[in-house]
Design a protein around this ligand. Structure first.
Ligand code: KG4
Ligand code: ZN
Length: 341
């Protein structure tokens, strides 16, 4: 038993969410404050990096203050300050990194830089006290699609990744094509409820030299071609059928790849993470596939799937235990690789 609680202030600002959380002993979230910029970026159809940075600088102190207040704690009671330092939008990351460094310097607390994907994976620990490595995790977000073998806390092997668009990016682009706006994922999911997933056959790409890699640019192009074809032929476009059929094609590829890896690597625990993991059809599909094979299936609540700082606090706790400490020269690394320190 650990004698003293370890409480961490975690900051996340890698994309369009300004977030701060207080996390105790890795899995107990005392507060989780998220200031979303969706309303700001919606009018442009996607995230505008420059605007994201400016909004982060405006909101970050408020968000941290609120996180401390909701946890009824002070900065002095923190054991470490954690921050996402990559991957992500460089200007957005810099706001969180500079803030965390200032707080760590002024309060003489250790600073822990966290990899954003490690955060997404760690979101699974929060509501699943029984989950411990090893397990396989499918990370599907707006910027990433990774099939990762979690060998231990902080120890990862990437089995597959996307060769082009991320899964969430494909959702966002298809949503734009059928006039749903940003962010596309939740809107496609909603519209798909009224459509037939078998109405249109969209391609499910396989990569010849790695069965665990993904490609989503083909399905995205197929949707755009289908829409153009309908327009040229003067046929009616049924958006709900497009949404349901596209969602079905993406979900099937994700399930197939994940289950193939589970079998080959002989793992019995599987988790999903990232914004797209909030998708109900994907969750239910994965749940059924796991049940059939006797695999334990884990997923975070939707609010812990999309970007948040609680997941960064959880990842930071295990980094803290492993002795990870960053200097005050910590910089944002927009293309940081998983497993790098
Ligand atoms: O993890 P996240 O918040 O940010 C990144 O690290 O990228 O993921 C955002 C992505 C967006 O592309 C969004 O459209 C997608 O996750 N997303 C969804 C759903 N909710 C969010 N995709 C499908 N279904 C959803 N319900
Ligand atoms: Zn993310």
């Amino acid at each position: 038993m650990r004698e003293k609680d370890i409480t961490i202030l975690a900051i996340e600002s890698s994309c369009d969410e300004t977030a701060a959380a207080i996390v105790k002993n890795g899995r107990c979230v005392l507060s989780n404050v998220i200031s979303s910029q969706i309303a700001l970026h919606k009018q442009y159809g996607g995230v505008v990096p420059e605007l994201a940075s400016r909004k982060h600088i405006e909101k970050i102190n408020q968000v941290i203050e609120q996180a401390l207040e909701e946890a009824s704690m002070t900065l002095g009671e923190m054991d470490a300050i954690a921050v996402t330092y990559g991957p992500g939008l460089v200007g957005a990351l810099l706001v969180g990194v500079a803030e965390a460094k200032s707080i760590a310097y002024a309060s003489k607390k250790p600073l822990i830089g966290v990899h954003h994907i490690e955060g997404h994976i760690s979101a699974n620990y929060i509501e699943n006290p029984a989950l411990e490595p090893p397990f396989l995790c499918l990370v599907v977000s707006g910027g990433h699609t990774h099939l990762v073998k979690v060998k231990g806390y902080g120890s990862y092997e990437i089995l597959g990744r996307t060769r082009d668009d991320a899964a969430g990016e494909a959702f966002d682009k298809v949503a734009r094509a059928i006039g749903l706006g940003y962010p596309g994922g939740p809107k496609i999911e909603q519209l798909a409820k009224e459509g037939d997933p078998g109405a249109i056959r969209f391609p499910q790409a396989k990569i010849a030299d790695n069965p665990y890699d993904f490609s989503f640019s083909g399905v995205k192009s197929a949707v755009l071609n289908y829409i153009n074809g309908c327009k040229m032929k003067g046929e009616a476009i049924v958006e709900a059928d497009i949404a349901a059929s596209f969602q079905n094609a993406v979900t099937q590829v994700l399930i197939d790849h994940a289950m193939k890896a589970m079998k080959e690597f002989g793992l019995d625990q599987f988790a999903i993470a990232g914004g797209v993991a909030a998708n109900g059809t994907l969750r239910e599909g994965m749940r059924a596939a796991c049940e059939k094979r006797g695999i334990r299936f884990y997923h975070p609540s939707p609010v812990l799937c999309t970007d948040n700082a609680a997941m960064i606090g959880t990842a930071a706790y295990y980094e803290y235990l492993a002795g990870t400490r960053h200097g005050l020269d910590l910089n944002a690394i927009p293309n940081l690789k998983l497993g790098e320190r």
